[in-house]
Design a protein around this ligand. Structure first.
Ligand SMILES: Cc1cc2nc3c(=O)[nH]c(=O)nc-3n(C[C@H](O)[C@H](O)[C@H](O)COP(=O)(O)OP(=O)(O)OC[C@H]3O[C@@H](n4cnc5c(N)ncnc54)[C@H](O)[C@@H]3O)c2cc1C
Length: 456
């Protein structure tokens, strides 16, 4: 197997080395300092600069723009809310939860609009999101999810097995649900493009500058301290590396593989002409996209969590995970048996204890943050950026009353409980998927128990 393993991601490798921006080499003072040049940090800088061009803004990044999940993800731009709408509604009201869903649907179009207006070419195709079921329990869960989504104002249509296979010829598809509110994009083209736009607007992006401490009005780096009225922590899956944040968001791994460009004959067999973001509804679910150059990129959980919140920084992926993802690919599309896999990589995303994302600002300390998007951040980061803009500028808007604003949840358990818990959870989900695949008619009790215990 001649697979490039790691090296951050295929998406970055395909574009070649990223532009190298200068590191921070002296102390400085700005209005807003943003830590992390992923989509959260860049969107925040983008919208702040648009709204208040005179603000001085510095983004401080340990490696390069898009080094984290923003340059490694599956490229699903979806309207999925990063958290449980039921949970948001219980604490903040049903209308507030509905508003969040409506705003997320709008955010998909907002991202596409900005890309168009700013000339960011990122292979964006709004082909919707198609989630398929290949077992009866999966189908049942999909139908339940459609009823729930309608309740929150997020319409989906259901497809029969035949109609599903007409769109994307997934072997054994029993049915699917489809939402038109979704697009696929090329993550590195998008995040690098956004970084260029932000830099051209006058935001200083300092790369190769690891932040060692964040404190009120100060960001500490090896060669200087940035003083700022507001400091935004936009480090999502890496947040646990800060000593005072080690139990806030669990760094969960997700891994991907990508095929070589497929021959026309394979595409004739597979279909997938509308380039829908494609996923399933297994407990350890997969997500995939058809790329602009005719490949399939497919991802899943792999090794979900490393003891002590260790982060594999350059995306190297265990061989067993690569083999598992290849197996999922060929289960879905048997015509791809023997296909070359060009690249495999992994990244980290942030998971809060209650699986609900948050965005917030503490006016007393000037400390702001956003994250915990549990793998749904490509669209949510845009909403977070606009919300942070309003919070920082002190504007009360429809965005600042959304239920995820200043959402609080408890910390993760200390080790070894955290590692044992997450490992047990994923063993349970894998066992549940196996039971369901071998003919079980209803969702496995193991999975229901795991959902209950994890708070998912
Ligand atoms: C493999 C994978 C697939 C995914 N697929 C999807 C998908 O298809 N759709 C979807 O919606 N979501 C997906 N996600 C999640 C999504 O990519 C993230 O939610 C989103 O990119 C988070 O953006 P962010 O800017 O908050 O964090 P990141 O992109 O991780 O950016 C954080 C930045 O902070 C920097 N940083 C960290 N620590 C420091 C420090 N000490 N000093 C300076 N800088 C620091 C990092 O280098 C990084 O650049 C996926 C994630 C992964 C890993």
């Amino acid at each position: 197997m001649d697979v490039v393993n790691g090296g951050v991601s295929f998406w970055h490798a395909q574009l070649g080395p990223p532009p190298q921006r200068s590191p921070l080499d002296a102390s400085l003072s700005v209005d807003v300092c943003i830590v992390g040049a992923g989509l959260t940090g860049l969107w925040t800088a983008y919208y702040l600069k648009k709204a208040a061009p005179s603000l001085s803004i510095a983004v401080v990044e340990q490696r390069f723009a898009g080094f984290g999940a923003s340059g490694r993800n599956g490229g699903w731009l979806s309207a999925a809310v990063a958290g449980s709408l039921d949970r948001y509604a219980r604490r903040r009201g049903v209308d507030a939860a509905r508003n969040l869903q409506r705003t997320m649907i709008h955010a998909v179009d907002e991202v596409i609009r900005v890309a168009r207006d700013e000339g960011i070419k990122a292979d964006i195709v709004k082909g919707g999101v198609l989630r398929v079921a290949r077992t009866k329990p999966q189908l049942h869960r999909l139908h339940e999810s459609v009823v729930a989504a309608e309740r929150w104002g997020d319409p989906h249509s259901t497809l029969s097995g035949e109609a599903t296979r007409d769109r994307v010829n997934v072997t054994g598809a029993l049915g699917a649900v489809f939402s038109e509110n979704g697009a696929r994009l090329h993550p590195a083209k998008f995040v690098r493009g956004l970084a260029d736009v932000v830099a051209a607007a006058g935001v200083a992006i300092y790369e190769a500058t690891p932040v060692t401490e964040i404190r009120p009005h100060e960001v500490v780096t090896p060669r200087g301290v940035v003083s700022a009225q507001f400091v935004v922590r936009a480090t999502e899956g890496f947040t646990s590396s800060f000593a005072d944040q080690d139990r806030r968001w669990l760094p969960m791994n997700s891994s991907m593989i990508i095929t070589a460009p497929l021959p026309d004959a394979a595409w004739d067999e597979i279909g997938w002409r509308a380039c829908e973001a494609l996923g399933d509804s297994a407990h350890t679910f997969m997500y995939a996209q058809r790329t602009a150059d005719g490949r399939i990129a497919i991802g899943g959980r792999g090794v979900p969590y490393r003891y002590g919140s260790r982060i594999d920084r350059d995306g190297e992926t265990p061989l067993v995970t690569i083999a598992e993802l290849r197996q999922v690919l060929t289960d879905f599309f048997p015509v791809l048996r023997g296909v070359s896999i060009d690249h495999a990589w992994s990244g980290v995303l942030g998971v809060p204890r209650d699986w609900c994302a948050t965005v917030g600002l503490d006016r007393a300390t000037g400390l702001a943050m956003a994250g915990g998007y549990v793998g749904h951040g490509v669209t949510a980061t845009n909403l977070a950026g606009r919300t942070l803009r309003d919070l920082i500028l002190g504007d009360d808007t429809d965005l600042t009353t959304l239920p995820w604003v200043n959402w609080r949840t408890r910390a993760w358990e200390p080790e070894p409980l955290r590692w044992i818990g997450v490992r047990a959870l994923y063993l349970a989900y894998r066992a549940a998927d196996r039971a369901e695949a071998s003919g079980r008619a209803t969702t496995s009790h193991i999975a229901r128990a795991a959902d209950f215990i994890s708070g998912r």
